[in-house]
Design a protein around this ligand. Structure first.
Ligand SMILES: [Zn+2]
Length: 165
């Protein structure tokens, strides 16, 4: 039996976001450390399920057309093929996940925008279309979305508080 010591990775850029300390030919065990308001962009794993568990902090979890606020001790099952994204909240978050079977392939899409007021990368739900409205999860600026290649463009229509600009 091998015992692992896993140091929580420092939250950082996309490359250091995830550590994968244990990986076999069947499963991968991952540790994610998010800085405050850091996004894991929407993606899907065509042939592999994934189960997430929130160890610490809070995050918004996006699966398909649903979003939920998760905190410590919450777990989420993401079936193979389902779009999913994570956005940590003001204190950041630590999550672990298990994925299988291996090898896991990941397909990213354009389901995100960058808030024109605060710069946040905000994930979007499956089915988002040009013309849809959204509210920045961090600064609450209301925006209208337009599909534009790798991400949606977002145009401010109301500042935080809701008064029309
Ligand atoms: Zn914002």
């Amino acid at each position: 039996m091998e015992v692992y010591r896993i140091d929580i990775p420092e939250g950082g850029g996309p490359v250091s976001l995830r550590a994968c300390p244990i990986k076999t030919d069947k499963v991968a065990f991952n540790v994610y450390s998010f800085r405050p308001w850091q996004a894991l962009s929407a993606h899907r794993h065509p042939g592999s399920d994934e189960v997430f568990f929130v160890v610490d902090g809070r995050c918004l979890f996006y699966v398909g057309r649903d979003t939920e606020a998760l905190g410590p001790n919450n777990a989420v099952y993401v079936p193979s093929g389902a779009l999913h994204a994570i956005l940590s909240c003001e204190r950041g978050a630590t999550l672990v996940s298990v994925q299988g079977p291996q090898p896991v392939t990941s397909i990213y899409g354009n389901l995100k925008y960058f808030c024109p007021a605060c710069g946040l990368e905000a994930p979007l739900l499956e089915g988002t279309r040009t013309g849809d409205l959204n509210t920045c999860p961090r600064c609450k600026t209301a925006v209208r979305l337009k599909e534009a290649g790798e991400a949606f463009d977002a145009f401010e229509i109301a500042p935080p508080g809701g008064a029309r600009a």
